[in-house]
Design a binder for this molecule. Structure first.
Ligand SMILES: Nc1nc2c(ncn2[C@@H]2O[C@H](COP(=O)(O)OP(=O)(O)OP(=O)(O)O)[C@@H](O)[C@H]2O)c(=O)[nH]1
Ligand SMILES: [Mg+2]
Length: 423
């Protein structure tokens, strides 16, 4: 089975807990605070490799979790950072945010990396909170926790040339003749069910050709799995459009050409801007006179004068086609990576603090930085709580609350913390 779209779950590592500890040695019975910070959680990183060519491995493993950061230690030792989770994907893999259906990364080159999720930061140890007025803080901070996210991986084949056309027109046969690829060939439609790639060499230069599974009318709406195949055409720089000029299947060459282009355009208008080489295949099936008649009809009806006539059986026209492809490719720049949207899975808003007044009269404070600050506050520890309240004052949160009508004795809720406000 060829797998080119799969949804997986990823999670960065949590930050480690800060340590609360005091130095104790033979010389110092009551030394200062020496609780180290927690370590950072591991990141989730995607890396493209040419060693893979399908997303098959994701059929069985769908959950990827980076290691958590270690807790802080005494003697001011920071906990060890969690190991990153590096996920290898075939070159050409595109990452999609399932919530917006937008592309968030395009790993279009071998070795390309994308950090999808950052590990949680470690909590501060009590040594961090030491100040001139607070010599012996008895609290430390929890590490930042992360949550799992879903991401879609989609493989959009990277090839210079795409062989496009109706089923059975001879695409795979041509690929086998011009490249090192060995695709399945048979006299029935949809022999090819996933794109085969082959490297073609001509005049000392090489290019990559993809044999796109046969397209039919309605492909852009999904008929014959067309939707799956068409996405592989999106990346190619040049389309080689094969038309069975012998009309051996009873269809008309002119109609075939129109239908395929129609489907390409319906799928993505941009595809119509991709340069096409028109190739008449199976020309060995016609005698010279018949061939000329059919070609004349085609070129006159569609006003097309540039084409190559080939037979993969007799090899007629094949060398000419290879050279023509190379000639064209030289004039077409490499495709750029696809446009991506800002990745906002874990976007933190440090500026906006929001205050909501609930029906029961309580005030809820939310917003990235506040929630981070509230992390690990020990309500029962006076020192920890006083530190927290002080920070709220410093950040102007208390003033904001007062503006919204906060009075002595009102309840304030910040994440899991709920306390009564006292002047
Ligand atoms: N006479 C003749 N037959 C050909 C030629 N090229 C391919 N064929 C035959 O046409 C049939 C289909 O060839 P394929 O290469 O499998 O066609 P395809 O376009 O890849 O078909 P799908 O994968 O089904 O889309 C096979 O029986 C081939 O042997 C040719 O140049 N001349
Ligand atoms: Mg085929």
């Amino acid at each position: 089975m060829f797998l080119d779209r799969v949804k997986i779950s990823i999670k960065a590592g949590n930050g480690g807990k800060g340590s609360t500890s005091f130095l104790r040695t033979a010389q110092t019975a009551n030394g200062g605070p020496d609780g180290g910070d927690g370590g950072k959680g591991g990141d989730v990183i995607f890396k493209a490799t040419n060693d893979l060519n399908t997303l098959y491995s994701f059929r069985f493993k769908k959950k990827f979790v980076a290691e958590n950061g270690e807790d802080g230690h005494q003697k001011n030792q920071t906990g060890k950072s969690g190991k990153d989770e590096i996920i290898l994907v075939p070159t050409g893999t595109v990452l999609i945010n399932p919530k917006t259906d937008k592309i968030i990364a395009d790993l279009n080159e071998d070795g390309a990396v994308f950090v999808a999720l950052k590990g949680g930061v470690g909590g501060h140890g009590n040594a961090y909170y030491k100040s001139s007025i607070k010599q012996a803080p008895t609290f430390s901070q929890l590490g930042e926790t992360t949550s799992p996210k879903e991401v879609i991986l989609e493989l959009k084949t990277i090839a210079d040339v795409g062989l496009v056309g109706f089923p059975n027109v001879g695409k795979s046969t041509l690929l086998s003749v011009i490249s090192n690829a060995n695709p399945k060939i048979a006299n029935y439609p949809f022999t090819t069910i996933y794109p085969n790639l082959g490297v073609c060499e001509v005049l000392g230069e090489t290019f990559v050709v993809a044999d796109i599974p046969g397209l039919i009318e309605g492909a852009s709406e999904g008929t014959g799995l067309g939707h799956y195949f068409l996405k592989h055409v999106e990346r190619v720089r040049l389309i080689v459009h094969l038309i069975d000029i012998s009309e051996s299947e009873g269809r008309s060459a002119v109609e075939d050409y129109k239908i395929i282009n129609d489907e390409l355009g319906k799928y993505n208008k941009e595809l119509l801007k991709t340069k096409q080489i028109v190739v008449f295949s199976k020309c060995d099936l016609l005698d010279e006179e018949e061939l000329k008649k059919k070609i004349d009809n085609f070129t006159k009806t569609l006003k097309i004068s540039d084409y190559v006539c080939i037979s993969s059986y007799t090899r007629e026209g094949v060398e000419t086609l290879k050279k023509k492809i190379l000639e064209n490719l030289k004039k077409i720049p490499k495709k750029k990576a696809l446009a991506v949207e800002e990745f906002d899975f874990d976007k933190k808003d440090f500026s906006s603090i929001e205050i909501t007044r609930h029906d029961d009269g309580s005030f809820e404070v939310s917003g990235g930085r506040i929630e981070n600050l509230a992390r690990g506050v020990v309500i029962s520890d006076q020192m920890s709580f006083a530190y927290f309240q002080n920070k709220l004052k410093e950040m102007g949160v208390i003033d904001m609350l007062k503006e919204k009508g906060l009075k002595e004795g009102d309840t304030v809720v910040i994440k899991d913390i709920s306390f009564e406000y006292i002047e």
